[in-house]
Every structure is written in C-alpha cells, then in structure tokens.
Design a protein around this ligand. Sequence first.
Ligand SMILES: NC(=O)c1ccc[n+]([C@@H]2O[C@H](COP(=O)([O-])OP(=O)(O)OC[C@H]3O[C@@H](n4cnc5c(N)ncnc54)[C@H](OP(=O)(O)O)[C@@H]3O)[C@@H](O)[C@H]2O)c1
Length: 317
Amino acid sequence: MVCERSNILIIGATGYLGKYMVKSSLSLGHSTFALTRPLKPDTDPSKLQLHKHFQDLGVTIFHCELDDHEKLVSVFRQVDVVISTLAVPQFLDQLKVISALKEAGTIKRFFPSEFGNEADRVSALPPFEEVLQKKRKIRRAIEAAGVPYTYVSANSLATYFIDYFLHPQQPCNDVFVYGTGEAEAVFNHEEDVAFYTLKAATDPRAANRLVICRAPENTVSQLDLISSWEKKTGRLLNRIHISEEQIINFSQTLPHPENVRAAILHNIFIKGDQMSFELSGEDLEASQLYSEYNYSSVDRVLNTCLVNPAEVKLTTF
Ligand SMILES: NC(=O)c1ccc[n+]([C@@H]2O[C@H](COP(=O)([O-])OP(=O)(O)OC[C@H]3O[C@@H](n4cnc5c(N)ncnc54)[C@H](OP(=O)(O)O)[C@@H]3O)[C@@H](O)[C@H]2O)c1
C-alpha cells in the first residue's frame, strides 16, 4: 500500500494500544519515535525489554516527563505527527502536550488519546461521563490552540472486549450479559484501529476531522457475540443477566476504577450509545475511507481467539 513516509511520535508507546500503533507505524514504513517516561532503578524489567525490542526494530526512544515543557518542545520539533495513547488517568496531562505542540508550531497532526466512544455525541453515567468530559476538554483545548488534529473514535476494541466477555484463554461456562444483551455495539480489532490511525496521520482528508470506526460487519449485539462463540466452540454458555438497575448500582457503589467499568458497560451494552446517532456528512467512517484495506470482521477476530487464544490480547512484533 503506497503511503507518504513521515516522522511519527507515539506517546504511551509502551502501553496496550501504543504497541499496536508502533507496529503499524513501522509496517507502513514511517520513521517511528516513542516518548516514554525516564527509566528508574525500579522500572519493570519487561518494560526495559520492550524498550530494547523497540530499538532493535529501529524505533528512536525519547525519555521525557510530561512536565518537561522545554524537552517536549524540542522533541516535537523533530517529528511531523504526534499520536497520544496515554492512559485514562493521564488524559488531562495532554494539556501540557498541547501547550508544547503549540509552542513547537511545526506539528502537522496530533491525535489525542481517544480511541473509544464519540465523546461529543454520547452521554453516560457519572463515572464514565467524567472520562468523556476530560476527552471533550482536550478536544476543545486542541481546537483553541490551533493545533492540526484528527480524532479517532474506535468504539470497542475487539480483542479487549472479547477477552473480557468470553475469556478465551481460560474457558468458563458462565457469561455475563448486560441488560437484555440486544443493544448493538461496534467491535474493531486493535490492529485495524492502529492502521486507520496511521493512515489518517498523513491523509489530508482527515485533517481537523473525526475518523469513526463503524464498519457494518463489526456491529453486533452481545447476544450475537455469545451465539457466534458457542457455535465456534461447540459449547453452550450459561448466560447470567446483570440488569440495568444492578449495573447502575455498581456504578454508584463500587470503588474506582470498577465504578467506571460499570458505567462503560452500561453506556455501550445497555444504552447502546455507540449506535445511538447517525453519522453525518462531516464524519469519516474508517472502513469507507480506506475501503481497499481488508479489516478484521468480528467473526474473524473470534476465529483467531479460537485458534490461538494466547495471542488474543498480545501485540506480537
Ligand atoms: N475503546 C476501547 O475498547 C479501549 C480499550 C482500552 C483502551 N482504550 C483507550 O486507548 C488509550 C490508551 O489506553 P491503554 O489501555 O493502551 O493505556 P495503558 O496501556 O494503560 O498506558 C499507556 C501508557 O501511558 C503511559 N503512562 C502511564 N502512566 C503514566 C504517568 N503517570 N505519566 C506519564 N505516562 C504514563 C505509559 O507509558 P510509559 O511508561 O512508556 O511512559 C503507558 O505505557 C486510552 O485513550 C484508552 O481509553 C480504549
């Protein structure tokens, strides 16, 4: 696939989604950079190994605290595109990133850490609403700073949620169903989300736009997902229904972050918010934008989980 080569920096590259971004950036032939926190004597050895692995693959690593404004500016001046996959607790730290991007003044595109529901068009129970508000605050700060951006709404990351619902690595006969299980949600494979992000990074059509991942083949209900899994495994699962009332109660009473998880499950699988609004002419749907790309349908992701459950949540290089 022809692709404009660029200098791509990933902040949060060592994380769950960040590793997919690094892999996709390298496979598209970009010069790839990772910004990670400085190593400490107690840094987990697996992280050291990952840094070494990145370097062996040709990734340039910058060690930098998000508080170090001058260094951030100097790093940003060496790249064209910045993709943030920082974790939820660090969302508001992206205000420091935006301030440095503005001062650098050279960045062609910034992707804030989003990769979930379309924050401007959904609303949720309080613990998840707080997260959405942070995403909106970051969006408004980017727009106010005049930094060129693309927002990627990935909806549900497929292997992340399949692992959560069906735990293919440790098969179990029980499965939780939230509400009736009939609300439709969108499951997109992590590799595809990373591919779309890296394609959008150099695509003028995606400048200052939202790219939303809502492929028709990936829009299924929780009950559809469970039935498909039963057919593939030849095992019938015992459905344990969690009512809307119960999940609201969990969102009000469980400690953080379980309360956030309950509110997310409510929003996606009971309220059905990922499919609660029509796409407008302004929205770029990823599978249409990159129609030549053979994305993974949910069915294909389930097949992979069946054949190789150990690979379900691992990013392999
Ligand atoms: N839609 C979905 O289904 C779904 C599922 C999962 C995640 N997501 C989204 O994907 C994005 C990334 O999430 P993730 O799960 O991949 O994140 P993660 O693995 O928890 O963390 C990403 C990176 O954040 C950096 N980080 C952690 N603590 C930090 C701190 N105190 N200061 C500075 N950096 C810190 C770390 O990088 P270093 O240690 O290298 O500095 C870490 O590797 C988020 O926006 C999340 O909401 C979406």
